[in-house]
Design a protein. Sequence first.
Length: 344
Amino acid sequence: MPSISSCRAPGAPDLTTYDLLAPQLSGGKDSAVMMSVFMDAARAAGVADRVISYHSSLGVLEWPPVCFEGIRYPGVSELAALQSAAFGVPASRHQEVTRTVAAPDQSRMPHSLLTEIAAYGRFPRMGSPFCRKSAKEGVVSSAWTPLVQSLHRELGRPVRILKVMGLRSDEGPERRKRAAFRSVQVNGARVVDEWLPVKDWPADAVREWHQSAPVPYHWTYDSHPGAGDWNGTSRYSCSLCVFAAKRDLLLAIGRRPRLAALYAEVESVRGDSFRPDWRVAELMRHAQRCGAPDPGVVCPDDGDDFDVLQQQVRAALAQPPRKAVDLAAHPRDRTSCSGCQVLS
């Protein structure tokens, strides 16, 4: 197994040249390692006071907190805040942001990714991962605007921002091709660069780092909360992720059956499939007929926030979709279970 000491932060930029250092925390295992490596670099450069951390909350779609055998395990947003604090960022400099829309009373209310999918008519795809832009990176970029406006007037030049993320190469081919350091936006108000300080860290090194980390990793990575075996879901953030492996999806369906049923409802009404190669409804049938990994814990999803999500999704489904779905639709006649190969 590669040692932690062999992992280096690739393409490290000069942190002193930025007005805002903005790590984006998902709350996942890679996010914690990134924050550790990044904050070491920020302190060494003497610019830790320029750090404001951000978490783009997905609300009910995130993995929630759970109580298991008398112990409470935090959810995604809570862990993101814990990661920020663990590496020296004051609570006042950590921001949780979420996408919102106008409510009937003209206030703002959360607008979940699943509601957007229901309104749009299609699920995200590898060639069109709008979930990452509209629900995550775009929300954080909008949150910078007030600070950019203020600093731009004060400095008389574009504000320089370094976006720091915990993406790693071994998570997939798209992330392998992504440069460790690149420019992502240049205009008259802001110049934004992106740095991936743990891009070259393999998964084994990340797990080794967590053995002595000052912050816990999320319970969904284990077979049950507190097991410490890393035998749960391999991905994080969205409970049901369109880019997840099928075993992860089967675990998520077992752990959040009410949420899975809502995804299946969107599939049924819109006709699009959760993934090009599988429907949530088919995975649910597979779990019933052929078995699935033991979920270890089941989230009741019985709070008011879930009820609001369900109401918003159904309201969106009652309207015509913004996009036709036939280009991405999964064949409707595939109803038979493919057996246990679904776990591969």
